[in-house]
Design a protein around this ligand. Sequence first.
Ligand code: AMP
Ligand code: GLY
Length: 426
Amino acid sequence: MKILVIGSGGREHALVWKIAQSPLAEKIYCAPGNPGIAALAECLPIAVDRIEELLTFARENAVDLTVVGPELPLTLGIVDRFRAAGLAIFGPDKKAAQLEGSKAFSKQLMARYGIPTAAFATFSDFAEAEAYIRSRGAPIVVKADGLAAGKGVYVAQTVDEALQGLKEIMVECAFGEAGRKVVVEEFLDGEEASFFAFTDGRHILPLAACQDHKAAYDNDTGPNTGGMGAYCPAPVVTPALYEKIVTEVVRPTIDGMAAEGCPYRGILFIGLMIKGAQIKVLEYNVRFGDPETQPLLMRMKSDLVPVLMACAGGELEEKTLQWHPQTAVCVVMASGGYPGAYQKGFEIQGLEETAGMGDLFVFHAGTDRAGGRIVNVGGRVLGVTGLGSDTAAAIERAYKGVEKIRWEGVHYRRDIGHKALRNKGA
Ligand code: AMP
Ligand code: GLY
C-alpha cells in the first residue's frame, strides 16, 4: 500500500514511525513532514490546508490511504473532497469535525445525549454573556466557540478576569471568526486525562488512556501550551473509570453523531476532567493528540494500518488492540520562550548520541534542516519518548535521552510523569 500522512509535528512522526512497521506499508509519503519523518517517508512540499494539491498528488500517485494529523484540514473538509473522489482517507468529514470546530455544537450534542460535561450557556451577544457571567460568579470558564490553536479558553478565578477574556474574544476579536460565539461554563476541578477511541461510525475500539502536561513549567505552573509531555497508560483512569468512559461518553457520542446525521469516523479524542468516580468531558478533538500519540503508539503492539483502513471505509471489528506492557513517557523539548515568542535556527546537538539507545525514540516536531545541520524552527521541537517496565523506569529512560540533546535556549519540564507516580501511591 501507498500511504500519505498529512502534517509535520511529533504526532505525525509517530504515525509515520508506526505505519512504517506495518508489513502492509510499501511506500509512505508525508506532507509536509519534517527531517525526522524524512528518514522514514518521502516528504512533499505541500501545506496541510492545500486540499486540492493534496488530492491531486494522492490521485496521480495512486495513494491507497491518506491519514490526516491536524484538525485544520478536517474542519476545511478534506475528507469530503477525498471521499467524493473515491479515495480512502482516515478522519471525520467536515460536518462531524464540528465536534472540535465548534464548542457550541459539541456542548449541545452532550446536553442532548446526556453526556457528562460542565454546565454551560452559549452566547453570540456580548451583553448577555456579561450578564450571565456576573450572575454566576467566579471561578468560571469562558471559551471561544471555534478553533483558536489551543488558545481561546480563559479559566477565570475572578469575574473581572472572565470579563476580560470575554472582551478579548468578542470585542477585540483576538480569534477572529472563532469568537463570534462563546461558551461560558462551570469551572471543574480534578485531574485531566486524554482518552482515544477508533470508530467507523458504529463500532468503537478504545485505546489506552494517556495524560498530557499542558502547563509550560514544572508543577503545572505557567501558561498553557500544546502539551509539554505525556505518558501512557494513565493510572488515573482505573479499569472501572475506563468502562464508564466507554459506556457513558464514547458510545453515546458516536450514537449521537449518527442520530444527528453526521456519523463520526476516525479517531475521537476526549479531554476529560476526573474527580474520584466522576468524569466530565472538557472537550472533543477530532484527531490524534500531540504529544499523546508519541507514547501511545510506542506502546501499541497491533498493526495500525488495518485499523486506519477499517475506520476510513470498512468495518471496524470490535476487537481489542494489543499493547506492549511497558509504560511510555514522552518529554517535549521546546524552544526557549515557548509558548511565547522564541528564537529559531539554533543547531540541535546530540541527536546522534540517542540513536543507539534502546527503549527510546526521539520524535521530531519543530525541526528543519539547514545545510548539514538540524535546527529548531517551531515551539515544540522534539518529543523524547522512553519505554520502561514501570512509570519510574520510563521517566528515567526518557530523561536519559533528553540529557544528551541540547541547543541554545532549550526548555523542558523536569516533572513529566510524576502525576502517574502519585496516582500509583509511589
Ligand atoms: P479545552 O480546549 O476546552 O479543552 O480547554 C483547554 C484547557 O482549559 C483544558 O485542558 C483545561 O485545562 C482547561 N479547562 C477547560 N474547561 C475547563 C473547565 N470547565 N474547568 C476547568 N478547567 C477547564
Ligand atoms: N495534547 C493535547 C492536544 O493534542 O490537543
